[in-house]
Ligand binder design. Structure first.
Ligand code: ACO
Length: 402
């Protein structure tokens, strides 16, 4: 029953914890992780069971509202999302202004930020109805924005959503379809992407989710908070790792495919050389998502009748690393990003889109966490302290006397 933060405040002490390695910022009933045992559960349900039996929209409902939907709740939720997939034509024109080689993560975040300018009458985070419609709009429109961000990079026309299709199918068609040609969604691809979205849907207080909560703690609106979260996700130490893994595998292949030599460079800690897709702040065991994704990569490539030399390199890397003392001592295992890029590549996505796909999957988690924060009476504006190490007081020196 001791309130440590009040105690420290009263004594004037500040806890210094760079990277918040051991600092809890909230209580949460959404996601449970046991990093030592490699366990991940959403609202109590093991990730493996959800991956096998559920679908992404159902998992989104579960994360946001706390329980699995009845059939009618599910259909109503899916229907509401389906009816909000269109972008305002004015927002669509935003895409014209970006350069063709704009990074789709930057476009995604900018467009989400811009959404708030179109829905100014429903932004109040303290109004449950406004929050409800904002959540629906975001879930509905993010795939459209993501597909347009891709179309922009390849110079193809934008397709309007086809609301006779499912959530993932609609996104695939808007991404890869062309106006003059009927696009048939490959169910194998749609199923694998849906599965990946489930596996990415939440991961408690990671960097982007903490960003979403921190921005939201000032009572900034949901679009502003999610836009900030997308930027946080873009870094190579977070969601950007899925693209960085592929670039690493390509580099190893281009340099002759010598995996052992690369691992030695990692161990020597050469500047900028890390085994991307390995290691995790919380998991000190095999990331349960990585195990499922590895199987999916094998399965998808086989079902699409493709082989990928990079998958062979990845497997060899994993094998070498898991048997090496450097990685064993530091408890470094493959994380969620190690095999995802290979799957996205087999589906036809360019590397620049990989982190956008992560964002699409993570969206319901961000929303659920933001909503939990807004409804939590314990919430205060996030405001970390610091330990000042700069100059003591000194007097101003006029410019000509310095
Ligand atoms: N390759 C080589 N060495 C590593 C790696 C890695 N991928 N990850 C950690 N280490 C080493 C560190 O050098 C350090 O060694 P030291 O004690 O000799 O100095 C030790 O393991 C601990 O590492 P930290 O950096 O302190 O661990 P932290 O918890 O701060 O970082 C992180 C976690 C950022 C995920 C890190 O493991 C990393 O950079 N991994 C590669 C990037 C990546 O895959 N990110 C995706 C994470 S999952 C996600 O966001 C979805």
């Amino acid at each position: 029953g001791i309130d440590i933060s009040s105690l420290l405040k009263a004594t004037g002490y500040v806890t210094l914890d760079p990277g918040y390695v051991n600092t809890g910022a909230c209580t949460s009933a959404i996601t449970y992780i046991d990093g030592e045992a490699g366990i991940l559960r959403y609202r109590g349900y093991p990730i493996g069971e959800l991956a096998e039996k559920s679908n992404f929209l159902e998992v989104s409902y579960l994360l946001i509202y706390g329980s699995l939907p009845t059939r009618s709740q599910y259909e109503e939720f899916a229907d509401r999302i389906r009816r909000h997939t269109l972008l305002d034509e004015n927002l669509k024109r935003f895409f014209d202004g970006f350069p063709r080689d704009a990074h789709p993560m930057a476009v995604l975040s900018a467009a989400v930020s811009a959404l708030s300018t179109f829905y100014q009458d429903s932004l109040d985070p303290l109004d449950p109805e406004a929050v409800e419609i904002s959540m629906v709009r975001l879930l509905a429109k993010l795939p459209t924005i993501a597909a347009y961000a891709y179309k922009k990079t390849v110079g193809q026309p934008f397709l309007y959503p086809d609301n006779s299709l499912g959530y993932v199918e609609n996104f695939l068609r808007m991404t890869f379809g062309l106006p003059a040609e009927p696009y048939v969604v490959d169910p194998v691809v749609a199923q694998a992407l849906d599965l990946l979205f489930i596996l990415h849907a939440d991961h408690e207080q990671n960097c982007s989710t903490s960003t979403v909560r921190l921005v939201g703690s000032s009572q900034a609106n949901l679009f502003a908070s999610i836009s900030a979260g997308i930027h946080a996700l873009s870094g190579p130490l977070h969601g950007g790792a899925n693209a960085a893994v592929l670039e690493m595998l390509e580099r190893i292949k281009a340099e002759g495919g010598n995996v052992t030599e690369f691992v030695e460079r990692v161990k020597r800690k050469e500047k900028g050389v890390r085994l991307m897709g390995f290691g995790h702040r919380v998991y000190k065991n095999y990331d349960p998502r990585a195990a499922i994704i590895k199987r999916t990569a094998d399965d998808l490539l086989a079902r699409l009748g493709k082989s990928d030399e990079l998958l062979d390199i990845a497997k060899e890397l994993e094998e070498v690393a898991l048997n090496d003392d450097y990685f064993i001592e530091r408890k470094l295992y493959p994380n969620v990003d190690f095999y995802t890029g290979l799957i996205y590549r087999a589906m036809g996505f360019p590397t620049k889109m990989f982190t956008v796909l992560f964002a699409l999957g993570r969206l319901p988690g961000w929303i659920a966490q933001w909503r939990e924060m807004v409804n939590d009476p314990m919430t205060k504006i996030g405001r970390p302290r610091q330990v000042y190490v700069g100059e003591p007081e000194r007097s101003y020196v006029p410019i000509d006397e310095r």
